[in-house]
Design a binder for this molecule. Sequence first.
Ligand SMILES: Nc1ncnc2c1ncn2[C@@H]1O[C@H](COP(=O)(O)OP(=O)(O)OP(=O)(O)O)[C@@H](O)[C@H]1O
Length: 343
Amino acid sequence: MDTVKSLYELHDIEQYYDGRKVLNIDTLTLDENQIVGFFGPNGSGKSTLFSLLSFIDKQSHGEIEFNGISNKKLDQEMRQSVVIVPQNPYLLKRTVYENIAYGLKLRKQRDNLKEKVMEALTLVGLDSSFINRKWSQLSGGEAQRVALAARLILKPKVLILDEPTSGVDTNSAQLIKEAILIAKQKYNTTIFISSHDHNWLNHICDRRIALFQGNLVESGSVNLLFAPWEKDSEGNLVKVFLDSQRLTIPSTSEKKRDSVMMVNSDNITICRENCDDMKNENTLIGEVQTIRQQSSNEFLLIEFSIGGVSFNSKITREEMKEQTLLPGDKIHVNIDVDEVCWI
Ligand SMILES: Nc1ncnc2c1ncn2[C@@H]1O[C@H](COP(=O)(O)OP(=O)(O)OP(=O)(O)O)[C@@H](O)[C@H]1O
């Protein structure tokens, strides 16, 4: 029987710079036609991973397959089907037209070039008056959108955007978001994005992956709790859920109100019956959504929501027998606030 391959399959990836390991990924599969958001603090390895996924660099160790073929054996056409807009995109010191048309010219695809440039320009929310502007006559947000248009014109199979919203105005960030969504729909492009604007990224992506110190922590077993956070009078950060429940995180200096909290499912305890022993002022009430079997067979992954925010926790089969959880059940939830980290 044929097995369906993912677009990318990464195994045992290690990347070293000057003898220092900066990326360490056991397994990662990435499917077609998804928008995948990569979250992580500065230096966590997002750009390094993107340089491997875009075939700019080769891994120090491990295997990367793209469409079932090792990245060491890809032909030029396959390599060119993946394009990246780097963190500080470089524009040619020419007009907007020349910048956007450049990639197609390089690939000797000159048919209907002007129309294609116009289409790409429109996609990123710029009108025809920009065509003859010089690179130096653009705002930061406009320059970023021209760089994006210069990739979109290639109708890539994979588009990688490293911090596309850094230093851009809110309007440009919104237009970039719309262009990305259209590219996904119109060209079936698979899109990987990193951004420190966590809310922007969270709203746009189908799948979320967090990197921490070069290691992958996917939201399958890691829970991400996004901003905004309130500060109470004692300086604690407080998450106020839509149903008015509150989770208080004791103050420390590393946390900011726009931070994303990361907590592993192992550090969330749930209980349906006889829960008096676990209750404290930070205990929340959640509602069970789904119950999944973990591949290890030993644990069940319980997905539940608190005020519309999804979380997951693991329980053993023994605990499941005692608690007999079903979708729709109300549960008590304790998040171990000493074990959370922040990105
Ligand atoms: N060319 C290089 N030479 C040496 N070290 C590097 C190089 N590129 C990245 N690093 C190091 O690798 C680690 C991962 O960096 P990377 O740029 O991938 O992180 P990042 O998550 O993209 O960070 P940021 O959010 O700040 O862009 C960092 O410690 C960085 O200093």
